[in-house]
Design a protein around this ligand. Structure first.
Ligand SMILES: C[S@@+](CC[C@H](N)C(=O)[O-])C[C@H]1O[C@@H](n2cnc3c(N)ncnc32)[C@H](O)[C@@H]1O
Length: 207
């Protein structure tokens, strides 16, 4: 990721959202102008976010990235296309769900090709935990959906276990992927390598 691919900060107003300070929530109305909000955790280079913004202009998408350069890159890509229903924030995905979003404020979470973190000493960095699903359950509206995809079978199993352990989601039917469905960069790469992609659609339980 090269910094010269990023637009200057002043050109990213409305596209690169500052991370709220400790104890503050995101201003959802200012962000969405009344559109349903969907968030993507770990946007990477932002291809899913770009495609989704273009295909579903009635929805506001917020991509969150723990890496500052990636967040700026995603915001720059959305800004260069003049898409007003997409933006990015540099923050941790769990923090976004646990602290920055108000209760019942989003319609969907997207988590695509999360890092497997193979080494035991790195397991604590894995984002697909029961805590993530519990936090998502609090900020999703009734009928909310948590979408995931991975080409790592072990990660798919851990995602299933985390969703089940949270006690707040049940696995919903997964329809075959439409040929023009939004795809992340890792998704396109995995298909090119002939990998099997395990997609999930977890539905929020009625409480
Ligand atoms: C393997 S890449 C996949 C990127 C993209 N989702 C895709 O499918 O092309 C995982 C991404 O998640 C980001 N990431 C890892 N942990 C994160 C966290 N706790 N919060 C937000 N982003 C995170 C990484 O910086 C990286 O860009």
């Amino acid at each position: 990721m090269r910094s010269e691919l990023l637009l200057p900060t002043h050109a990213l107003d409305g596209w690169l959202i500052p991370e709220p300070l400790e104890g503050m929530h995101l201003n959802i109305q200012a962000l969405t102008h009344g559109r349903p909000l969907e968030i993507e955790i770990g946007s990477g280079k932002g291809q899913f976010l770009l495609d989704a913004c273009q295909r579903r202009p009635e929805v506001q998408f917020l991509g969150c990235e723990v890496k500052k350069l990636q967040a700026g890159f995603v915001a720059s890509r959305v800004a260069k296309r003049g898409l007003r229903n997409g933006c990015a924030m540099r923050t941790d995905g769990l923090r976004l769900l646990q602290e920055l979003l108000p209760p019942a404020s989003i319609a969907a979470v997207h988590l695509y090709f999360p890092d497997p973190w193979w080494k035991r000493s790195h397991w604590k960095r894995r984002i697909y935990t029961p805590e993530l699903f519990q936090a998502a359950a609090k900020v999703l509206v009734r009928g909310g959906v948590f979408h995931t995809a991975t080409d790592v079978p072990h990660v798919a199993a851990l995602i299933d276990a985390a969703a089940a352990a949270s006690g707040r989601f049940f696995p919903g039917p997964v329809e075959p992927e439409a040929p023009d469905a939004p795809r992340s960069n890792f998704h396109t790469k995995a298909l090119a390598k002939g990998h099997i992609i395990e997609r999930r659609r977890f539905l929020l339980c009625e409480s």
